[in-house]
Design a protein around this ligand. Structure first.
Ligand code: HEC
Length: 313
């Protein structure tokens, strides 16, 4: 009696589940056949395959080693990594350093280097107040016009003006610098390998050329510059200027501040980017586990289901 009930229950279950209880196709699933193919190779083929693998890996390793060796032969001194206060994943720029860096740019670098992509208004809220930035802009005379008579005229700078250029065109810049063109500094830390580490090393790295190396007239020895002969004379030294906040103006302090300023110039969104990054991490920390849990929950039904084809009778 009980046995008959169990048997009929099993039958109705089988009907309800459809193909679930179908026997596997003869010959077994074809995936297993593929997986067995490696072990079905004979010994000789296995040895040949292994040798091929080892040779490929060895060749790739050798190519990499040779490539590195060739780079080392280029006699280029790579800058060390400096512990910038803005170097951390979540660290903002040091804004008093940016402010001092602007002083360095204005008093030293701007004699030769333009910063075409920076306007005085960009300094507001970063290193200067609006009144200070206005006063800075007004120190410069800017050509404007034409007026109602069609004449160009000079007026004091405004917040919307871009930083004044030292030379009217690249030819004039070359002519004044022994043929070397001082690059625009707006994006220089992004434009050079090593970023601010490189610029810092370049500014502080001038030294006597090694014995036997002679410099052409107008070139200076700097081990960090590719080719070692740079057209820029050492631009900074101890106490070349006085910082308005009283920070001792040593050479390394000046270089560090101008590099921080150049990092801000190349990446004005720096602080915002890191703040967004932190928010993103926090929100993702909550959402990713939740989404993972939901995915497991929703897919559990699908993943544990077996689909089989029942050929028509
Ligand atoms: C007397 C003019 C002069 C001054 C002042 C000057 N530079 Fe230069 N700078 C040059 C010239 C010229 C070059 C191009 C050198 C070359 O290509 O050989 C140059 C090149 C550079 C480069 C690019 C190097 C490279 O890898 O191509 C950087 C960075 C730089 N200067 C930063 C500065 C900074 C920062 C200051 C201010 C502290 C400064 N310079 C002040 C003339 C100057």
């Amino acid at each position: 009696m009980a046995a008959a009930a169990v048997a009929s229950a099993a039958r109705s279950l089988a009907r309800a589940r459809g193909g679930l209880l179908l026997p596997p196709p003869p010959g077994g699933p074809c995936r297993r056949a593929n997986m067995a193919s490696l072990s079905s190779l004979n010994r000789g083929k296995k040895v040949a395959l292994t040798t091929l693998g080892v040779l490929t890996a060895g060749g790739a390793g050798l190519a990499l080693a040779l490539h590195t060796a060739v780079n080392a032969g280029e006699l280029e001194l790579h800058p060390p990594e400096y512990p910038w206060s803005h170097g951390g994943m979540l660290s903002a720029l040091d804004h008093s350093s940016v402010r001092r860096g602007y002083e360095v740019y204005k008093q030293v670098c701007s004699a030769c280097h333009s910063m075409d992509y920076l306007a005085f208004r960009n300094l507001i809220g970063v290193s200067h107040t609006e009144a200070e930035a206005k006063a800075l802009a007004e120190e410069f005379e800017v050509q404007d016009g034409p007026d109602e008579n069609g004449e160009m005229f000079m007026r004091p700078g405004k917040l919307s003006d871009y930083f004044p250029k030292p030379y009217p065109n690249p030819e004039a810049a070359r002519a004044a610098n022994n043929g070397a063109l001082p690059p625009d500094l707006s994006y220089i830390v992004n434009a050079r390998h090593g970023g601010e580490d490189y610029v810092f090393s370049l500014l502080t790295g001038y030294c006597e050329p090694p014995t036997g190396v002679t410099m052409r007239e107008g070139l200076h020895y700097n081990p960090f510059f590719p080719g070692q002969a740079i057209g820029m004379a050492p631009p900074i030294y101890n106490e070349i200027l006085e910082f308005e906040d009283g920070t001792p103006a040593t050479m390394s302090q000046i270089a560090k501040d101008v590099c921080t300023f150049l990092r801000w110039a190349a990446e004005p969104e720096h602080d915002q980017r890191k703040r967004m990054g932190l928010k993103m991490l926090m929100i993702a920390g909550l959402l990713i586990p939740l989404v993972y849990y939901l995915k497991r929950h929703k897919w559990a039904v699908l993943k544990s289901r077996k689909i089989a084809y029942r050929p028509p009778k």
